[in-house]
Design a protein around this ligand. Sequence first.
Ligand code: SF4
Ligand code: SF4
Length: 134
Amino acid sequence: MKKRVTLTFPKRAIHQPITYRLAKDFNVAANIIRAQVAPNQIGKLVVELSGDIDQLEEAISWLEDHDIGVSQANREILIDEDSCVHCGLCTGVCPTRALTLAPDTFKLNFARSRCIVCEQCIPTCPVQAISTNL
Ligand code: SF4
Ligand code: SF4
């Protein structure tokens, strides 16, 4: 199964080879969707973990035992349809084509099922029409 989680690293854990340990010790693949890690700061990684359900849970416990915060909340993208001006800028950064402009109407179309909540679209919107529920 697959699980999207946000990992928060304290300073001392930033240099741990997380993806290597998850693969080697738990047979869990970690696909990094978004990373915000700067030297000497708290780091955040949005990752999609794939593996056997029991091993996924063991991997998450291992992360927590190593002081890495694991958030599994169901974060979702919200589009404020009243603010959106259908400029299409957000569609250019969406890696999964969850955001597209309809070819006939040139209106923004959001396919929620394709969205991996990478949040890359949020800063591109000139009218701040994109946000998250959490
Ligand atoms: S959060 Fe990522 S996947 Fe979802 S609509 Fe925005 S850019 Fe696309
Ligand atoms: S960038 Fe903002 S205004 Fe432009 S289409 Fe996307 S949501 Fe709408």
